[in-house]
Structure formats: C-alpha cells, structure tokens
Design a protein around this ligand. Structure first.
Ligand code: AMP
Length: 176
C-alpha cells in the first residue's frame, strides 16, 4: 500500500531538463498538485511520518515547502511558520544566506514565529545540496527552536544534502 503510493507519487514527478538553467534537471511537482488523489497522498505520506512526533510547529520553506507544510500543519492542528526569500516578510526577521544547486540567496523568518524550546519539523519539496534547508535549520536554532527532523518529498541523493543537515535527522519519500 505504502510502496504503491510511493510508486504513483514517483511517477507524478515530471523531469524538466535544463530548467532554470542548463544542466539542471528540475523535478516538477505540479503534476502531483493538480491530481486530487496524488496531492492527498503526498500530504498523507508526510502525515504518517509526523504522527507520533511531539510537534509544536511545522516550518515550510519558500515556496514549494508551503504547499506541503501548510497542509500538514492544518491536518496535525499545529501552527505553520513560513521561511521566505529575503525581503518578503514585513516584520522583524532573522536572516541566513545559503547556496542553491543553481545560485545564491538569503532567506528570512519572523523573530517571533517560534518560541524557545518549541519542537519543530521542517518541510520542503526537495533536498538537493542541502544549502537551503541547512540555512533554514540555522534560523530555527537561532530563535531557540528544537528541530526534530527535516522532511522532504524528494531527495536527490547524489548531491549528499543530508550530510550538510547533520546532525538533524532527514526523512525523504522519493529518492533519485
Ligand atoms: P538545495 O539548497 O540545493 O538543497 O536546494 C533545495 C531547494 O531548491 C528546494 O527548495 C527545491 O525546491 C529547489 N531545488 C533545487 N534543486 C532542484 C531541482 N533539481 N528540482 C526542483 N527543485 C529544486
């Protein structure tokens, strides 16, 4: 049943070669989002992993981490914290810079979005080099959050992103 779901979700990921630049194979998750059953399955797979963890808040990474993270937070009945690209959040922020598989950037989180000691699960659509999520982890730690684990729908294992996130435990469901 779970293996079945994983196979269907895997088949729903569309490879787009040379986007956003030459040499990158972009893993497009929009075919999952537009399919009611696949979208539900993608949320359920995160939920199955989250149930049993003592989670206070879900943190999602701009922008595709919001799609999965917010739905998971809703279903768990916990708060959702957005980590956004620099310049988007209106209130006081903590900031961290990071490097992408295809560029450099900085991202921000509102200083009052996590209370010290709160137990956090970090969610994004895809783990590549781990630059983005390790910067997100740094932001969570900076405000005193207790990061239980980082969860990703997709992991590009050949980029070894989970090593960059250590010692944070990493969970992913679809691996390439
Ligand atoms: P990284 O910081 O290298 O782990 O990159 C992860 C972030 O960049 C995630 O927010 C992904 O959505 C995005 N990303 C990186 N590489 C890809 C890819 N090949 N396909 C789709 N999204 C990607």
């Amino acid at each position: 049943m779970i293996a079945d779901t994983i196979e269907r979700l895997r088949a729903g990921v569309r490879d787009v070669p040379n986007f956003p630049k030459h040499g990158i194979i972009f893993k497009d998750i929009t075919p999952i989002l537009v399919d009611a059953q696949l979208f539900r399955d993608s949320i359920d797979i995160f939920l199955a992993r989250c149930r049993g963890l003592p989670i206070d808040k879900i943190v999602g990474i701009d922008a595709r981490g919001f799609l999965f993270g917010a739905a998971v937070a809703y279903a768990l009945g916990v708060g959702f914290v957005p980590i956004r690209k620099k310049g988007k959040l209106p209130f006081k922020t903590e900031s961290a810079s990071y490097s992408l598989e295809y560029g450099d950037a900085a991202m921000e989180m509102h200083v009052d979005s996590i209370a010290p000691g709160e137990k956090i699960v970090l969610i994004d659509d895809l783990l590549a080099t781990g630059g983005t999520s390790s910067a997100a982890a740094a932001l969570i730690n900076k405000v005193g959050g207790d990061l239980l684990e980082a969860q990703f729908l997709i992991e590009l294992e050949f980029l070894h992103g989970r090593e960059k996130l250590a010692p944070t435990p990493v969970v992913s469901f679809l691996k390439w």
